[in-house]
Design a protein around this ligand. Structure first.
Ligand code: C5P
Length: 293
């Protein structure tokens, strides 16, 4: 950040870095009476991040470096309005969001921004809300938002609102490949494509939790995502991206959340860098990231 504007020196500013996530497992156990799906998932934050800056302002004034995210649909702006409404706080905030996480990519960027906005404004406005009090607000904003009030490695159940922190995963390097495929309401539509034969009983998630409890390194065989059953026929061009990641050296390719981002585990940082470089040379959008405790 640059120097404060003249006259604004000394005013409080909060800067934070909401992180992206991947689902190491994502199982759907069944359909719920409320129309959502019952999930069992292990989520993990990764080093790809946005920047969120909160500054004094009389009203709520949001700004984003991506014009497409300036609108009222942005989850961070909705989080700010919701917190102000629920707390009755009369103060405002200038909220600046600089996106580093590609939007609508299956990496939870919008959800992470929303959780960081709740936590940041809670502090900025001195509300003193506990995490337990923020959780129902996070849940109202989206199924992935509660997880980001914790971050790290966590078991997620229900429709996403039940979060249990897990022992941290040993640092793992990953290469992400984010195709530029935008499909409106893709998460809702992907859930809609699932059939009972795609439902599982949480066994993949339990196996990974056991591995985490014994401190084992993450292996591709631990990773599971139900949406892989339907995503490759849903996202045009996703299969070509999968092959590109395989050819660049990604041993096994997995889908991140509801996609379309794909990822592969790397043996270490140098191998990950080499895979990412090969993809970048083909003009593809690739990132080398590491898991964050
Ligand atoms: O909660 P969120 O707004 O992120 O969910 C987007 C859509 O994904 C929902 O409208 C719903 O159709 C679907 N969904 C679901 N079960 C979940 C989470 C999301 O069916 N556990």
């Amino acid at each position: 950040m640059g120097a404060p504007l003249p006259g604004l020196e000394g005013l409080p500013v909060i800067t934070c870095h909401p992180r992206a996530k991947i689902n190491l497992t994502l199982e759907v156990l069944g359909l719920r009476l409320d129309g959502y799906h019952q999930v069992a998932s292990v989520l993990q934050t990764i080093s790809l991040q946005d920047t969120l800056i909160l500054e004094e302002s009389d009203d709520l004034s949001p700004r984003c470096n991506l014009a497409s995210l300036e609108g009222e649909g942005n989850l961070a702006w909705r989080a700010a309005s919701l917190l102000r409404e629920v707390s009755g706080c009369p103060r405002g905030a200038a909220i600046t969001l600089e996106k580093g996480i590609p939007p609508a990519a299956g990496l939870g960027g919008g959800s992470s921004d929303a959780a960081a906005t709740l936590q940041g404004l809670n502090q900025f406005w001195g509300l003193g809300f506990s995490r337990e009090r923020l959780l129902p607000l996070a849940s109202r904003l989206g199924s992935d938002v509660p997880f980001f009030l914790y971050g790290g490695t966590a078991l997620v159940a229900g429709r996403g609102e039940q979060v249990t922190p897990l022992p941290p995963l040993p640092s793992t390097w990953l290469v992400l490949l984010t195709p530029s495929i935008e499909i409106p309401e893709k998460t809702k539509r992907l859930y809609g494509l699932l059939r009972p034969e795609h439902f599982t009983r949480g066994e993949h998630t339990r196996r990974l939790v056991q591995a985490l409890e014994t401190g084992s390194a993450l292996a591709s065989s631990h990773v599971y995502n139900v949406f892989e059953e339907v995503a490759f026929s849903f996202f045009p061009g996703l299969e070509e991206h999968r092959r590109a990641l395989l050819q660049a050296g990604g041993g096994q390719v997995h889908l991140a959340g509801s996609g379309p981002t794909l990822f592969a585990l790397a043996a270490g940082q140098p191998e990950g860098e080499a895979i990412k470089e090969r993809l970048a040379r083909e003009g593809l959008r690739a990132y080398l990231v590491v898991t964050c405790p």
